[in-house]
Design a protein around this ligand. Structure first.
Ligand code: ADP
Ligand code: MG
Length: 703
C-alpha cells in the first residue's frame, strides 16, 4: 500500500545528516567535521569547500535550486534570503551550479531592517550570518521549490549578537565548562563536555481558513479582540485527550510526515484543554538543535494548516475565557559519557552529586527568578503569566514529596537518612496488574517543576522562541556551578565541603520551593511574604535585563555584553508598543467599519418594527425595550471607540520607548478592554444574521 508511510524511510530524508556526510565526504574531511562539531574550532578552507560541494550535490539531487542562511533575528521568528546555486553564465550562455565553502560559512545579509535596539544604525548596516555546524542543514520544500537551509548565527560588524542563537551557543559553552568542573570533582574525569538537552511541548489552536479570513483580529493580531463566550467552552473537559476529529487528524498526519522528513522527532500528539486546541511534543535533543527544530515545528504547523484550509494560531491567548497556549520547556544536562546529571537514581538521598546539582539549580532559580520570568515573556504571554491563567508569574520550584522530604532532612540535620517510597498502585480489580507507583505525584500548576530526570519550565509562551529561556537557564545554572566549583576545588576535605555547601544552599534558597497549588490566591500572598518577585507584565520584566546582577552574570560568562542587554531591553519596549498598537488599530477598524454598522442595521429593523406595530395598534413595548437596550449599548460602544482612538493618538506622540510601552500597557489596553465590553454585550442581543464576524462558537467548534 503506497499510502502507508514508513517512518524509518522518510525520517531525516531532507536533512544532511552525519550519516550522509559520512557517505559523501572523504574520510579525513568527515573526521574534520566531526572534530569541529564535538570540540569546536574551524574547518580548513579545503574542508569547507569539499563539504559545501557535497552539500550542494545532495541538495540538487533532491531538487534544490537555492540555498539560504537560515537565522533567528530578534523578531523571534526565522529569516531567510534565497540565493540560486547558479554562477555567472559563460560566453556560450551556459551556467553551472556553484556553492563554495565561503558561501557556506559566511553570509552578509543587508539586514538593517531587523530589530537591533540601536546596536546597528542603518548607515552601518553590515551584519554577518555564520554557519552553526552543530545544527544540521536541511531542505525546505515549499511553493518556492526546494531550498537548502543552512542554520546560522547572526552578528553585527563589531561582533555583537543580533540574534537569539549566538547567546544560546555561548551559554551552552558556559554551562558545559562549569558542569565539567563539578563532575570532575566527583571523580568523573572522562567527561569533557556537558550538553543541555531540551524537549519543547508545543501547544496550538486550529481554526477554519474561511472563518479566519473573516476576522481581521485573527489576521492582524493572531488573537480575537472581540467575541462573546460561546454557550459551551471547556467546562465539560471533553476535549482534553478526546478523540481527534477527522480534519484535525489529517492535518496532524501531514504535519508529522513533514517534520519527520526534516529530522524533527514529532512523537506525541493530543487534543488539549480548550476546544480546537492541540499539542505536539518531540523527543528531546541538544538545546540549539531543539531551538531550531521548534522554529521548524511552528513554521510547518502554519504551512500544513493552510494546505488543509485551516489556520494554525500560535498566539498565547487566541480566545478569552478558555485556556491559552504555552510551551513546556523540558531541560536536563547530559555528559558526553552518557550521564544525565538530573537523574536522581534510586536513592537520591545518598546521591551527593545529584544533591549538589539540585542545590545549585535551586540557588540559581531563587537568585534569578526575575530574570527567568523575563526570559519567558512575550506580548501574548502577558495574558497568561500574571493574568488569571496558568502558570502564575511567580517563579517557584516544584520538587515533589520525595525530594522535598530529602531537602527538609538535609536542612534540618545535614543528613537525609530516609526516603519516601511510592509503594504499589492497587486498583481493586483482580484482572488489572498492581504496578509500582512513582514516589511523587505531579503538579500541573508549578512554573518550574522537577519531573523525574529533568526540569520542566512551563512559563514559555506558545509563539515564543525557546532560545531565551534556555540561554537564561544555562547561564544562571552555570553561575551557580561555577561558584560551587570555586569553593570545592579549594576545599581540603572535599566530602565535608560538599556536605556543608549543599546544606548551606538548601537552607538559604528553600523559599523557592513550593509544592502546593500555584494558581491559588494564598500562594500569591505566601510568595510575597517569602519575598519572591511577582512581575505581572512583559515590560515590567524587561528592566531585569539592565539590572547590575544580570549584566554581571552574562558578562562574566561571555553570553551577553552590557550593550547587547540594553539593546534587547529597548527592543522589548518597541515590540510591546507596536504590538498593542496593531491590536488597538484593528479594534478601531472592526468596531467602526463592521460592528457599529451592523448594530445600526439592527436598530433600524427594530425601529421600523416598533413604528409598524404602533401603526397596527399593537403593543410594542417589548420591541421598544430591545431597541433602547441596544441603542444605549451602542452609545457606550461609540464612546469607548472614541476614547480608544484618542489614547492611541496620544501614544503616538510619546517619544521615549519605555514610557510609550507603559502607556500602551496602562492606558491603551484599558481602553481596548472598555471597548470590548459593550461590543460583546451587543453580540449577545443582535440578530446573528446581521452580526458581521464569525462568533466564538463558529471559530472553536467548526474545525
Ligand atoms: P512528561 O510526561 O513529564 O511531560 P514526557 O516523557 O512526555 O514527560 O516528555 C515531555 C517532553 O520532555 C518531551 O519532549 C520529552 O522528549 C522531553 N524529555 C524527556 N526526558 C527529557 C530529558 N531528560 N531532558 C530533556 N527533555 C526531556
Ligand atoms: Mg503538556
Amino acid at each position: 500500500m503506497d499510502t502507508v508511510t514508513h517512518v524509518e524511510q522518510i525520517f531525516a530524508k531532507n536533512v544532511f545528516t552525519l550519516g550522509k556526510m559520512k557517505e559523501r565526504l572523504p574520510r579525513d574531511i568527515y573526521k574534520e567535521v566531526r572534530t569541529v562539531i564535538d570540540n569546536g574550532g574551524e574547518l580548513s578552507k579545503t574542508g569547507a569547500n569539499i563539504v559545501a560541494k557535497a552539500m550542494k550535490d545532495w541538495a540538487i539531487e533532491n531538487g534544490a535550486t537555492h540555498y539560504t542562511h537560515w537565522f533567528q533575528p530578534l523578531t523571534g521568528i526565522t529569516a531567510e534570503k534565497h540565493d540560486a546555486f547558479i554562477s555567472h553564465p559563460d560566453e556560450m550562455g551556459k551556467v553551472i551550479t556553484e556553492f563554495s565553502g565561503k558561501e557556506l560559512i559566511k553570509g552578509e545579509p543587508d539586514a538593517s531592517s531587523f530589530p537591533s535596539g540601536g546596536l546597528r544604525a542603518t548607515f552601518e548596516a553590515r551584519g554577518y550570518t555564520v554557519w552553526d555546524i552543530t545544527s544540521p542543514v536541511f531542505l525546505q520544500e515549499a511553493s518556492t521549490g526546494v531550498i537548502l537551509c543552512v542554520p546560522t548565527a547572526f552578528c553585527s560588524y563589531t561582533g555583537e549578537a543580533l540574534d537569539k542563537k549566538t547567546p544560546l551557543l555561548r551559554s551552552m559553552e558556559a554551562i558545559s565548562k562549569q558542569a565539567v568542573r563539578l563532575v570532575n570533582l566527583f571523580g568523573n574525569t572522562h567527561a569533557t563536555k556537558v550538553t543541555p538537552s531540551v524537549g519543547a511541548e508545543q501547544e496550538y489552536f486550529l481554526v477554519d481558513g474561511d472563518l479566519y479570513r473573516q476576522r481581521a483580529d485573527l489576521m492582524f493580531a493572531g488573537r480575537t479582540l472581540f467575541g462573546a463566550p460561546a454557550p459551551k467552552g471547556q467546562e465539560m473537559d471533553d476535549h482534553y485527550f478526546g478523540v481527534i476529529r477527522e480534519r484535525v487528524g489529517a492535518f496532524m498526519k501531514d504535519l508529522n510526515e513533514e517534520l519527520w522528513k526534516l529530522g524533527v522527532t514529532a512523537k506525541t500528539q493530543h487534543n488539549e484543554v480548550a476546544p480546537a486546541q492541540h499539542e505536539l511534543a518531540p523527543i528531546f535533543e541538544t538545546a540549539n538543535i531543539a531551538v531550531d527544530h521548534n522554529q521548524i515545528v511552528m513554521e510547518t504547523m502554519k504551512r500544513v494548516a493552510v494546505n488543509h484550509n485551516l489556520r494554525c494560531l500560535l498566539h498565547e491567548k487566541p480566545y478569552a475565557g478558555v485556556n491559552g497556549s504555552g510551551k513546556h520547556d523540558n531541560w536536563s544536562l547530559n555528559t558526553d559519557t552518557g550521564v544525565n546529571l538530573l537523574d536522581p537514581g534510586s536513592s537520591p538521598n545518598e546521591n551527593v552529586q545529584f544533591l549538589l546539582i539540585l542545590a545549585c539549580i535551586l540557588k540559581a532559580v531563587d537568585i534569578h527568578a526575575d530574570l527567568l520570568r523575563q526570559s519567558a515573556s512575550d506580548v501574548g504571554n502577558d495574558h497568561r503569566l500574571g493574568a488569571d491563567e496558568a502558570p502564575p508569574a511567580i517563579v517557584s520550584v516544584f520538587l515533589g514529596e520525595q525530594l522535598e522530604d530529602v531537602v527538609r532532612q538535609l536542612v534540618e540535620t545535614g543528613e537525609a537518612t530516609t526516603l519516601k517510597e511510592g509503594g504499589m498502585l492497587e486498583t481493586g480489580v483482580s484482572t488489572l496488574p498492581d504496578t509500582k507507583k512513582d514516589a511523587t505525584d505531579r503538579n500541573r500548576t508549578s512554573p518550574f517543576a522537577f519531573t523525574g530526570n529533568k526540569f520542566e519550565f512551563r512559563m514559555v509562551g506558545s509563539s515564543d522562541s525557546i532560545a531565551d529561556p534556555n540561554t537564561t537557564l544555562n547561564a544562571i545554572v552555570a553561575e551557580a556551578f561555577c561558584e560551587a566549583a570555586d569553593r570545592l576545588e579549594k576545599a581540603e576535605d572535599f566530602e565535608l565541603a560538599v556536605h556543608d555547601l549543599i546544606k548551606e544552599y538548601l537552607t538559604k534558597h528553600q523559599r523557592i520551593i513550593f509544592n502546593g497549588n500555584g494558581y491559588s490566591e494564598e500562594w500569591v500572598k505566601e510568595a510575597e511574604r517569602r519575598g519572591l518577585p511577582n512581575i505581572k507584565s512583559m515590560i515590567e520584566a524587561a528592566g531585569t535585563l539592565s539590572d547590575e546582577k544580570t549584566i554581571e552574570l552574562f558578562e562574566r560568562f561571555g553570553i551577553f555584553t552590557r550593550v547587547e542587554l540594553t539593546s534587547r531591553e529597548e527592543i522589548i519596549y518597541e515590540t510591546y508598543a507596536k504590538t498593542i498598537r496593531i491590536e488597538a488599530l484593528t479594534m478601531i477598524d472592526m468596531a467602526g467599519r463592521q460592528i457599529i454598522p451592523a448594530v445600526v442595521r439592527y436598530l433600524k429593523t427594530l425601529a421600523k418594527t416598533v413604528n409598524e406595530m404602533k401603526a397596527a395598534g399593537c403593543e410594542s413595548a417589548t420591541v421598544s425595550g430591545l431597541l433602547e437596550d441596544a441603542s444605549s449599548k451602542l452609545t457606550a460602544m461609540k464612546q469607548a471607540l472614541d476614547r480608544l482612538q484618542a489614547v492611541v493618538d496620544q501614544a503616538g506622540k510619546i517619544g521615549d520607548e519605555k514610557e510609550k510601552a507603559f502607556f500602551y500597557k496602562d492606558t491603551v489596553r484599558d481602553a481596548m478592554d472598555a471597548l470590548r465590553v459593550p461590543a460583546d454585550e451587543l453580540e449577545m442581543i443582535v440578530d446573528k444574521e446581521l452580526w458581521p464576524i464569525p462568533t466564538y462558537g463558529d471559530l472553536m467548534f467548526e474545525v
